[in-house]
Each structure stands twice: as C-alpha cells, then as structure tokens.
Design a protein around this ligand. Structure first.
Ligand SMILES: [Fe+2]
Length: 454
C-alpha cells in the first residue's frame, strides 16, 4: 500500500486521564470515486497505534491495534485512558508497513490543580481563500489545547476568486462521498496538519460543515435530513471526537474542564435550533446548570456566533437574525445567571472583535457581566465592514481588526490573557505573525494592553 497517512494525525477531547487519537487512511486523498474515498479499497485495514511520554517512544509505551473500516472512510478514533493529568504525550500509527508522522498531545489538568491553561481559538478556514499560515504559527506555540469554533470546511461551490483551487468536485457538496472529499482536500494542507499534530483539539461546528445558515432540521424534509446526516458523519470521520453519530444526530455540546481554572462549555448552535431557541431546551438546561454549579475560576463558552449585541449602522437588518441578536431572550437568560468569570469565544464574522458583555446592552451604565473575544478567520475573506462605525454604535465593543489569524490565550487563577495573533496576508505563503492586541481581564470587563491595531 502507498503511504496512507496523507491526511496527517490528530488528537482531541482531552480529559485528565485520556485523549482520543485520530487518523484517516487515504492513499489517494483527492480520488473522487464515490466507492473509494481516499482511494482506499473497501475493506478493513489493521492500524497499530503507539503512545509514549517521549518522542522516541521509549518511556511509558502503550500500544494497540484498531480496524480502519470503510464504513467510516477508514478513519480511526482511539480512546486512550489511564494517562497522567497535565502531561505531554506523543503518538503515531502504523499501517501496511507505513509509519505516520508523530503527534504531540496533552491530557487535561488534574481536577484539583490551579495551573494556568494555555489555549488557542481558531475558526473559518475556506481553502480556496488562502493559505493556512496562521496555523503554522499556532502550531509553534504548542498550546495545551486548541478550540475550533466552526467553518472547518465550506460546503459551498468554489469561490470565483481563488488563491488555490479545490481540485476535483469544486461544486457545492451535499452527499457523503462529496463531504468526505472536501475534508480530504482541507486535511491535505501541511499547516493544518501541523496544528493538529501540535496539540489536542476540541471542535464545534457552525453552518458550513453542512449548509450555509441551516437551522436544526432545516425544512424537515427527508432529503435535508439525509444531507445533514451525511455531513455529520463526514465531520465525525475527520475529527478526533469521542462519540460517533447515531441515527443522523451527533452529540456535540459538552464540557472540557482544566482543574479549578477553566470550564470550557462547547456549544452546538445548529443541530438543536428551533423557533426562538438557539440551543434547544435540553442544551440550555445543561448549560445553565453547569454555569451555576461549576467550581472554577473561568466559565468559558466556546461557540461560533457573535454573542454581544452588534448594531450595524446603515440599511436593515441592523441586527443579524442568524446570530445571538436573533435570540435575545435566550441570551438574556444566560447573562442573567450572573455567574462570575464568564468568558465567551466566538467566530463566524471573519474579523476580530472584543468587548464587554452587559446586563443591558442598551444601557452602557449597566453591569458588566462578562467578556467576549471574537476570532477572525484562518483564511476566509471578511465581508466589507466599517469597524469604527460599528464600534461607535456599540460602546460595549472595544476592539476591531480585519486581518486573518487566531487567538492565543492563558487562563490562570487570577487573570485571563488573550492575544490577538494576526497575519497580514494569506494569498501567498510565509506571512509572519504579530500580536496586534492583548487583553487582560480579572473578571470585571476588559483591559487592553499593547494594542497596536490600525
Ligand atoms: Fe466562516
């Protein structure tokens, strides 16, 4: 067999005692044959995995075998347990005589630990819009964990202006083999592979993993649910998730806790949407009870959509109905819980933003009840946005920048620091990264430091 590790390796879902290891075999990743995703013959392949405390695989070696099945596009998800908390590990795979690259992963901290957690937040990586240089820089930081807040792929037809072509099947994808091929295209990128190999990831999806702006069960037709099920299956096959899809659904909302410091509550703002509810009743109940009971310093919502009110001056709609501004009652219930250390991370809008969360967004004198940081995009182009005008119309918003990049963060027992890391171009390789702003919060609103934004 030719090298089957063309899509790289990954790990994810860190817990204090374990992680998930992932790879997907693909000898010919851009093979468009519906019956041979990744160019693989439709039969099971035995994959051997190894995990150790050192890169030469001599300390504390654990290993096993798992079957890569055609049913799951020859992806494997190895749940390794019994590991030490807050510890780096290295892993690799072997299949048909080929050895994969080595990945580095890390378990979550001990539940009683108060050690700072270093994490990155990324989102929106439309392939044809540019190079993933930001991921190369993110990988070099080797964070404890990476959160991805959606638009990992774009299902859309290839854009008119292309930095690099999608290759086979450049139209809108809607069937299982097409979603699989789109993931393979994205996953062949060496910078994305480097970011996955550098740290465990915890991902949630937005709309483009299925269909632009879809909500819940869409129009309820069998055709839409079939499409959604295919997209969810391909998502699972290409992410280091702990749970697999069942009956066309995939359980996504979950928490990942780092000691006494941070409780990351990862939200699903698409699958459970129905009239008036962004999260659905069950997810909201889970979130509210966890917000009120978790014994940690920082309660962090990890989710795709702009959370604060954002009034955009000009022609209506001035508030985006697809975002939290279209679900103000549910947002108000979350904010009125008035928990300490509330932090929201979001993405979706392809520009960086930061601001305070207010008890009443229309009253600047009302209490500040949390902070929000909005990641820009790894490569996706931004819409035309008059940042200064939006800042002026929304006094709780403090920062705007229109470059591509990611957020680099440290949550500690006393303070949370967020650095906005930006690259100046993605239409060619090699952009350097710079910190264009740095924010500090002790739990009562934002303080900005070293801000050198345009
Ligand atoms: Fe996006």
């Amino acid at each position: 067999m030719a090298n089957p590790f063309t899509l790289g390796v990954a790990s994810g879902e860190p817990m204090p005692d374990g992680v998930v290891l992932w790879t997907r075999l693909a000898v010919d990743p851009l093979n468009a044959d519906p019956l041979r995703p990744g160019g693989m013959t439709p039969r099971a392949v035995e994959v051997r995995w190894q995990l150790a405390e050192d890169e030469r695989f001599t300390q504390g070696l654990r290993q096993g075998t798992i079957q890569a099945l055609p049913t799951w596009a020859h992806s494997v998800h190895v749940r390794v347990a019994g590991l030490k908390p807050g510890t780096d590990y290295f892993y690799r795979f072997r299949a048909s005589g080929n050895l994969s690259p080595v990945g580095r992963t890390r378990t979550a901290d001990d539940p009683a630990a108060a050690r700072p957690v270093r994490f990155a937040v990324a989102n929106c990586q439309r392939y044809e819009h540019g190079f993933y240089t930001a991921y190369r820089h993110l990988a070099a930081e080797r964070p404890d964990v990476v959160f991805h807040v959606g638009d990992y792929i774009y299902e859309s037809r290839q854009s008119a202006a292309v930095v690099r072509p999608l290759g086979p099947v450049p139209g809108e994808v809607s069937r299982l083999h097409e979603y699989r091929l789109r993931y393979a295209r994205y996953r062949t990128d060496p910078d994305l592979q480097a970011a996955h190999a550098a740290a465990p990831w915890v991902s949630t999806w937005d709309d483009h993993e299925v269909l632009d702006n879809y909500r819940g069960r869409g129009d309820g037709s069998a055709a839409f649910l079939r499409r959604r099920g295919a997209a969810y299956q391909a998502y699972y096959e290409n992410q280091p998730l702990r749970v697999r899809p069942q009956n066309g659904n995939l359980q996504m909302f979950r928490r990942r806790t780092y000691g006494l410091v941070a409780d990351f509550m990862v939200l699903d703002v698409r699958q459970h949407r129905d009239a008036g509810s962004m999260l659905g009743a069950a997810q909201e109940q889970w979130l509210m009870s966890r917000l009120l009971t978790s014994p940690v310093r920082w309660r962090v919502l990890v989710q795709p959509l702009f959370f604060a009110r954002r009034f955009v001056p000009g022609p209506p709609p001035n508030l985006r109905p697809d975002s939290w501004d279209g679900h103000q009652d549910q947002r108000a219930r979350i904010l009125s819980a008035n928990v300490s250390g509330l932090v929201v991370f979001s993405g979706d809008v392809h520009n960086f933003w930061a601001g305070d969360l207010k008890a009443d967004f229309l009253n600047p004198a009302s209490a500040t009840v949390g902070v929000e940081f909005v990641g820009s995009s790894i490569s996706s182009r931004p819409p035309q946005t008059d940042g200064p005008a939006v800042l002026a119309a929304n006094p709780h918003l403090k920062f705007f920048d229109d470059r591509r990049g990611y957020l680099s963060c440290v949550a500690g027992p006393d303070e949370l620091r967020v650095a906005v890391r930006a690259v100046d171009f993605v239409d060619r390789k090699g952009a350097p990264v710079q910190t264009v702003a740095e924010f500090l919060t002790k739990g009562d609103g934002l303080t900005s430091e070293n801000t050198s934004s345009k």
